[in-house]
Design a protein around this ligand. Structure first.
Ligand code: GRF
Length: 188
């Protein structure tokens, strides 16, 4: 049974999808949620699912390095860290503590539209196909090795909100599926 830690900053719909998937999975269990906002809705979702939470106030630390050292010291043992809407760039301290063991969900087809507003940027550009990417986290921004991608069509008359809904529906399936595949392939 692999041990997963989820990092999330906000709504937590992907956290909820992972929690539902792994509640009854023989492959893995979620052992903690790390959140960087004390008022994020994802915290209540974790509490409802009985998953321990760790809320980290980055501003309480002098540097990102100090915050990440505190996180590393507090985390339970884990096989994989999953960034599911965690709106911070992971620094060298966490990367070194979990080499090749941190993955991220991105709401566009990387390397197109990296950054925080991948859905909006793709919509504004006018692409006819965008999608969802799961990738390994490295020192860059949304630049690590791609593990999985699924396209999402931008249909005529779709609003940006419609596109976001379509993207999120794909995300909720792709992230647990990709983690399962990594476990089944022996990659983690
Ligand atoms: C997702 O679209 C994810 O791709 C992006 O942040 C969003 C998080 O949504 N990195 P939620 O908090 O899981 O609902």
């Amino acid at each position: 049974m692999k041990r997963l830690i989820i990092f999330a900053s906000g709504t937590g719909s992907n956290f909820a999808a992972l929690a539902a998937h792994y509640a009854a999975s023989p492959l893995a269990q979620i052992v903690a949620l790390v959140c960087d906002h004390a008022d994020a809705p994802v915290l209540a979702k974790a509490e409802a699912a009985g998953i321990p939470t760790l809320t980290v106030d980055y501003k309480a630390y002098p540097t990102k390095r100090a915050a990440e050292q505190a996180i590393v010291a507090m985390l339970p043992p884990a096989d994989l860290l999953i960034l599911a809407g965690f709106m911070r760039i992971i620094g060298p301290t966490l990367l070194a503590a979990y080499p090749d063991r941190i993955i991220n969900l991105h709401p566009a087809l990387l390397p197109s539209f990296p950054g925080r507003t991948g859905i909006e940027d793709a919509y504004a550009y006018g692409v006819k196909v965008t999608g969802v990417t799961v990738h390994v986290v490295d020192a860059g921004i949304d630049s690590g090795r791609i593990l999985a991608q699924v396209p999402v069509a931008v249909l005529p008359h779709m609003s940006c909100a419609d596109l976001a809904t379509a993207i999120h529906a794909v995300e909720h399936r792709l992230l647990p599926t990709t983690v399962d595949r990594l476990i089944e392939e022996g990659a983690i």
